[in-house]
Design a protein around this ligand. Structure first.
Ligand SMILES: Cc1cc2nc3c(=O)[nH]c(=O)nc-3n(C[C@H](O)[C@H](O)[C@H](O)COP(=O)(O)OP(=O)(O)OC[C@H]3O[C@@H](n4cnc5c(N)ncnc54)[C@H](O)[C@@H]3O)c2cc1C
Length: 442
């Protein structure tokens, strides 16, 4: 069999995993990335003399595809597994929220509500037939089975924080998936949760992956946005891209894989049939809006603090240096203030400095000692199309990987289901798509 030539749009986890699988099998993979760096949503910026993800990243022990990849790339010794410290902020207080004992001590809920919530969590951990949960939204199911108390105090505010106007639209499999992955990441006795971090950053993993692709004869072209997918007689025949120097690149390919958000695909290729277009345009995304503060002192003792209080304008405080030691970042304390926002939110439209002003008074609620003078530096990142919204019966709305244009494939986070997006699922999907293309063209 002669090697097939595949053009790949996007050098995130999906595109690079697909390219790597193809070149390992002896095929030719050419990746085009619009940004000047690889890693997409898992890319980094420099802080405290080290690299840090623009949006917090870690791995669960269940993230096998990513863990295996890290080992295969020879980066295994750099993968640290560290006990997580997770809490919830409610009624002006921080509560630990990791173990069953923490739930028993969660006094904002009555003992009956605590028991009910604990039983619902236990049930979901063991329940395997997520398809049967598809007809429920998460809000409906939680109210009905975990109880109104658990919904009003814990999950409701978190759903509102994470999904904004879509809080009551998110399908139950999303919630089921969250409970499963978190509990799969625990040791015996379910007391301890360990989270994995590639010391040196996720970007280092994806850069090493790109190097291995190139070593095996593949290409990874940065700052090279794809402008169009060429189609002849209903078949994808190549790509048109703009090079880093502004010239037009036209390359023929046997197959094309797009790893862009769904709404980008119709801009690159015309003539997609209406039912496929509806699936691409029907999925709503939220942007991740992240304010990263470099502080003189730690804000809290926790890594991950869920904010179950909707008078506070953010949904999570992720204090990276309560997970990875601050010595790796020149002794600085690093805090992400996290939000997922749609255009309907006024916060989405705020200028970075305005948003910081909006957030600052609320940090004092979490730690009354906090003073704005603690802020030494701050950074603002916005990751577009960060969180797709999977509503009830979502499986019927997922666009196929094989698009109606022959030889054109789509792989993005809207097709990861019932799990929520994550680098490991993207790597798994990239590998699967490479296999699909080899099967179709082989
Ligand atoms: C805030 C946040 C926190 C997260 N936390 C975690 C975590 O803790 N653990 C975890 O495993 N995952 C986490 N994720 C999810 C993870 O980062 C993503 O699921 C994964 O990186 C998606 O990879 P992808 O390749 O599918 O998409 P992307 O990373 O979006 O890659 C797509 C690439 O395509 C490029 N592109 C788009 N259009 C074009 C074009 N026309 N031409 C050329 N290139 C183009 C983009 O620039 C981009 O680089 C998080 C994500 C966010 C936003």
């Amino acid at each position: 069999m002669s090697p097939m030539k595949v053009g790949i749009i996007g050098a995130g986890a999906t595109g690079l995993a697909a390219a790597y699988t193809l070149v390992k099998a002896g095929h030719e993979a050419t990746v085009y990335e619009g940004d000047p760096f690889v890693g997409g949503q898992a890319s980094t910026f420099d802080v405290g003399g080290a690299r840090l993800e623009k949006g917090y990243h870690h791995l669960f022990t269940s993230d096998r595809d990513m863990v295996d990849l890290i080992h295969e790339l020879g980066l295994g010794p750099k993968l640290a597994w560290i006990e997580s410290k997770v809490g919830i902020f409610h009624g002006g207080k921080i509560y630990n929220f990791v173990s069953p004992t923490d739930l028993l001590r969660f006094t904002p809920l009555s003992p009956v509500d605590r028991l009910r919530m604990g039983l619902a969590i236990l049930y979901l951990q063991r329940y395997k037939e997520w398809q049967k949960l598809e007809r429920f939204t998460a809000a409906e199911w939680i109210r009905k089975y975990a109880g109104k108390g658990a919904y009003d105090v814990v999950w409701g505010p978190l759903l509102r924080g994470k999904f904004g106007a879509y809080y009551d639209k998110v399908g139950m499999p999303w919630f089921w998936g969250k409970i499963h992955t978190r509990f799969a990441s625990r040791g015996k006795g379910m007391q301890k949760e360990r989270l994995g971090y590639p010391m040196g950053s996720f970007a280092e993993v994806f850069e090493t992956l790109a190097e291995r692709i190139v070593e095996r004869g593949g290409e990874v072209n940065l700052s090279t946005p794809v402008r169009a997918i060429t189609v002849e007689e209903g078949r994808a025949t190549g790509l048109e891209a703009r090079s880093a120097w502004g010239s037009t690149i036209l390359r023929p390919f046997d197959a094309v894989l797009a790893t862009t958000p769904s709404y980008v695909l119709p801009r690159l290729v015309s003539g997609l049939p209406q039912d496929y277009l509806e699936k691409l345009q029907g999925v709503k995304y939220l942007a991740a809006v992240l304010m990263v503060l470099v502080l003189k002192e730690p804000l809290s003792r926790l890594y991950w603090l869920n904010i179950a209080d909707r008078s506070i304008p953010f949904v999570g405080l992720i204090e990276h240096t309560n997970y990875i030691e601050s010595s790796h970042y020149g002794g600085k304390h690093i805090l992400y203030i996290s939000n997922y926002l749609g255009e309907d939110s006024p916060l989405f439209h705020m200028k970075d400095s305005q948003l910081l002003e909006e957030y600052i008074p609320h940090l004092k609620k979490v730690n009354p000692r906090f003073d704005p003078s603690w802020i030494e530096e701050w950074y603002y990142h916005r990751v577009e199309a960060a969180q797709p919204i999977a509503g009830a019966n979502y499986s019927q709305h997922i666009p196929d990987h094989r698009t109606p244009v022959k030889g054109l494939y789509l792989a993005n986070t809207t097709q990861i289901y019932p799990e929520d997006r994550g680098t490991s699922y993207s790597v798994r999907m990239g590998k699967r798509l490479a296999g699909m293309m080899m099967e179709d063209l082989g």
